[in-house]
Design a binder for this molecule. Structure first.
Ligand SMILES: [Zn+2]
Length: 60
């Protein structure tokens, strides 16, 4: 995988740890990334309340 994707994921892992729904701070870095070729999606599911959030990037 391109290193730019790793950098993006790491950015979320280090800056977006707090669940906006319940305030839980996830120190386990549960961000997942997947790609369908045209874009990459980073998804996090809160281990406390199961709220999920995603960030999507287009690969150009
Ligand atoms: Zn939560």
């Amino acid at each position: 995988m391109p290193t730019v994707l790793d950098r993006l994921r790491r950015r979320y892992e280090t800056t977006d740890k707090k669940c906006p729904a319940c305030g839980y701070v996830d120190t386990e870095r549960n961000w997942e990334s997947r790609t369908d070729g045209g874009r990459v999606v980073y998804r996090h599911v809160c281990p406390s309340c199961d709220a999920s959030r995603e960030h999507t990037f287009r690969l150009t």
